[in-house]
Design a protein around this ligand. Structure first.
Ligand code: AHR
Length: 349
């Protein structure tokens, strides 16, 4: 990532921007600039004044964050990481909105941020589609937008940057775990998917299906959404067990919370999760690592929710005109059951 430490640059650029804007709009201010000073000196002194200004709390950027909701342990961890931004980056003021898993609420939140003239808008989109109009509105208002965690299907020219996971890659990693485990033996899968239309659900499904192509022993028998929610994951697994209990030996759960619910349902049905049914889930929350350490699940494909610091750095770069990467994807691991006990104490969410 090019964003090494943009904080200092950001301060300078904001101040330079202020000076330049001031010069353009108020000719009197040009007389304040010493014409014998070199441009470099003027820039340096502008940066110093800006630093002093930021230190004094005069110049902040306002970041509006449109969150998905509070559907999972992953989401709770991401929200905490985002809400921690102002304590780590005092020059950033955060406005936070929780859409309760509804795109219409997110659209309203983004329009409110535009009306409030925030400096940067970050959207963690509930679903992939339906963002073009509001992104164009933000662009017309000259407010840069950063897409976080889940992606959108809009043209990349409509937003400044993307920061988050490669969901297709995660799906491929899950498939590889299954391929490694089952080899040429029969693998009959039930899949609990996340929120319909979310890039997390669409991407993981696409990656998984692509990767199992040609492995004729691996079959997906049933697919149903559990909306990334623990209680719904349990309900879906109860239904699968009722209708097809004897037919499947593998569960792909598109997040850990739904897998935790599914494990409960499997145990209540008198079966052994992690033994009778091989389980692969996504995220890497502590609850799931504990279940894996207890032998009740088999693999986790990690998805990183701790995006706050990167979002802060990116917001400052975007707001100040410093260089930044258009796309920043998280580095994520796969953890197998035999690694769970050792990894559990290291988990941060
Ligand atoms: O977008 C990330 C996904 O959303 C996580 O896998 C899931 O737990 C969350 O709700």
């Amino acid at each position: 990532m090019k964003l090494k430490k943009v904080s200092a640059l950001f301060i300078a650029a904001i101040m330079i921007g202020t000076v330049v804007t001031g010069c353009a709009s108020n000719p009197a201010s040009t007389t304040a600039v010493n014409s014998t000073e070199s441009l470099a000196d003027q820039v340096a002194s502008a940066a110093e004044s800006a630093a002093a200004s930021v230190a004094a709390g005069d110049k902040k950027i306002v970041l509006g964050f449109a969150q998905v909701g509070a559907e999972s342990g992953w989401r709770t961890a991401e929200t905490a990481s985002i809400k921690d931004i102002p304590s780590k980056y005092p020059n950033i003021e955060l406005k936070f909105s929780d859409a309760q898993q509804k795109q219409e609420n997110q659209l309203k939140a983004v329009r409110t941020f535009i009306a409030q003239k925030v400096d940067v808008i970050a959207i963690d989109p509930v679903v992939e589609t339906g963002w073009d109009t509001v992104l164009k509105e933000a662009q017309q208002a000259k407010i840069p937008v950063i897409i976080v965690d889940r992606s959108v299907d809009s043209d990349a020219s409509l937003y400044a940057a993307f920061l988050g996971s490669d969901m297709e890659e995660e799906g491929k990693k899950a498939a590889q775990v299954v391929i490694d485990k089952f080899g040429t033996n029969p693998c009959n899968i039930v899949e609990i998917q996340g929120t319909v239309g979310s890039s997390a659900a669409v991407g993981r499904d696409k990656g998984f299906n692509e990767a199992i192509k040609g492995h004729d022993n691996i079959k997906i028998l049933k697919v149903q959404s559990g909306d990334f929610v623990r209680a719904k994951g349990k309900e879906v697994m109860e239904a699968f067990l009722k209708s097809d209990g004897d037919k499947f030996n593998c569960l792909i759960s598109q997040n850990d919370d739904m897998a935790v619910g599914a494990v409960q349902a499997i145990e209540e049905a008198g079966k052994k999760p992690g033994q009778d049914i091989f389980i692969v889930s996504f995220d890497g929350i502590k609850d799931m690592f504990q279940l894996m350490a207890d032998g009740k699940s088999n693999a986790i494909v990690e998805c990183n929710p701790l995006l706050g610091p990167q979002l802060a750095e990116l917001s400052m770069a975007v707001a100040s005109g410093a260089s930044y990467d258009k796309v920043t994807k998280s580095n994520e691991n796969v953890f197998l059951q035999n690694q769970a006990a050792a990894e559990l104490p290291n988990r941060k969410y």
